[in-house]
Design a protein around this ligand. Structure first.
Ligand code: ATP
Length: 190
């Protein structure tokens, strides 16, 4: 069994995230992908994301009917700063025989040596790097293992979505109509 672990702030989830998951699943033959929203990213210490309940609701809408994708709430439940090593250890315990792949965008590849317990993380899991327009570095720094995928390069970011909502511009084509409607109804990112 090959499992994809896709962590992020998902503040909000965008069609870019969904295409990342689709590329990882198709190119690697993953059987399941877990979307794992962070309580607080270690790399975004000054930026409190929208409340976890709101980000989870948007994820549920975005993934409705997707039987190959599920939401894992462990980082939200733990609270505080979310570290991938803790999450990977939990998956190792729950799925002892599975091959685990952490899915990341190309903008994150160069930062891996700064992740908590980097050496141990590199030992426990492989990385799948998805191209991101404007980001050259898809290469994995040693000792990390894994590969760069072809993906569906799409230059959409969550910060761009938040900026557009604030500027009263439509985001339907960046996040899908259900997520866009929920952002409007819940008055998020104003
Ligand atoms: P922000 O704009 O707020 O910094 P983000 O769009 O990068 O957020 P995150 O939730 O922080 O979204 O990203 C989670 C993971 O998804 C990261 O590994 C990131 O690199 C990757 N990712 C997000 N959007 C894309 C995209 N359009 N293409 C490739 N990877 C992406």
């Amino acid at each position: 069994m090959k499992l994809g672990l896709f962590g992020g702030s998902f503040n909000p989830v965008t069609l870019g995230h969904l295409l990342v998951a689709q590329a990882a699943r198709e190119e690697q033959g993953l059987s399941r992908i877990f979307f794992i929203p962070a309580a607080q990213s270690p790399f975004k210490p000054d930026a409190a994301p929208a409340p976890a309940a709101a980000r989870l609701q948007l994820l549920r809408l975005a993934l409705a009917g997707r039987t190959d994708c599920e939401i894992d709430e462990q980082e939200i439940r733990r609270g505080g700063v979310s570290y991938t090593i803790d999450t990977v250890r939990d998956f190792r315990r729950r799925f002892p025989g599975a091959e685990l792949f952490c899915i990341i965008g190309a903008d994150h590849a160069a930062t891996l040596p700064q992740w908590r317990e980097a050496e141990e993380l590199a030992r426990l899991v492989e990385f799948l790097v998805i191209p991101r327009p404007g980001e050259a570095g898809a290469a994995l720094p040693a000792p990390f293992r894994g590969q760069a995928l072809k993906g569906f390069p799409l230059g959409v970011s969550a910060s761009q979505v938040r900026a557009r909502v604030k500027a009263d511009l439509p985001v339907d084509l960046l996040v899908g109509s259900a997520v866009a409607e929920a952002i409007r109804n819940n008055r998020l990112y104003l």
